[in-house]
Design a protein around this ligand. Sequence first.
Ligand code: CP
Length: 357
Amino acid sequence: MQHLIDLNSLSPEQLYEIVDMAGRISQNPSHYAEACKGKIMATLFYEPSTRTQMSFQSAMLRLGGSIIGFDNPSGSSVAKGESLKDTIRVVSGYSDVVVIRNPNEGAALASSLYSKVPVINAGDGGHLHPTQTLTDIVTLHNIKGRTENLTIGLCGDLLNGRTVHSLIKTMCKFKGNSFVLISTPKLGLPDYIKELLDEAGCPYKELTSLHKAIEELDVLYMTRIQRERISSDAEYEAQRGIYILDAKKLEAAKPDLCILHPLPRVDEIEVEVDDDPRACYFLQAEYGMFARMALLVTMLVKDSDIGTTEKEGKVKITVDSTKCLNPRCITRKEHYLPNRSLQIGEAIACEYCEHRI
Ligand code: CP
């Protein structure tokens, strides 16, 4: 069984194969028009989405397949109290691939335990968003011509931004990349991802000023403050509006800076920036469809072995009595889930959400 839960199950070579295929598909879409004929993709979106849901759906339709699913769990039997496990068991009997977005961290991995077909993580809470990273890599390849030797600035909510976590985990595999982490102290990158950067020998620095950081960047990845993951309105109001990219700030930036944003944007990029040739975020959203077409072909047609959930260099163990203490972990909501832990050096982490236990 092959799933895509985290891009750490793909080597850089496998990532490049998907990037290359996304390019071939965009050049010659008619060649792939029946690649997934007869296949059904279920999209189960427990959280709102525009890009991820619609780009997956249009990807499958353009490959000749069909789609089922829900984008509002209150209109499904989830509203009657159906567990994730039961929903996945049933829906995976109706489909050839399940694409799931869920507010709980680790929900995609949990789903994969009960699915008869491949599961793709379309965002699990504030944890990961691997297909956004595929989109980002396709964009960098197309615009910068490389995914290596880049100084990448990430700005905004680095604590709760799942796109940021997936992107850093993946880009630190490519040689020569370094990171500038721009956030308030309250919304800084989680420690476990900084540990991964240290393990990979990947240089990074943490700054609170976008203005000071901007001149050295090859890529600037802006993110919104994730209101839905911040506990109070007062805390959200204290964090919003601190980082706003505008034409004035861009005066100090490189002429070939690539400005990315996973979108949706709230107020962190002024509309005036949209007309700057360095603004690549709408093109990025468009590339997302080709990235997902390439992923579906790779998983469903080529049947490539891309999605094992084995974690290189880490010992997988099960600690039955050790519960994850992360309140956002899927194990705190779906109580039947087995406790699954990873030993990482001296530390033990929950396998679902990666929080240290
Ligand atoms: N980038 C992204 O995940 O957008 P949506 O929330 O609209 O899917």
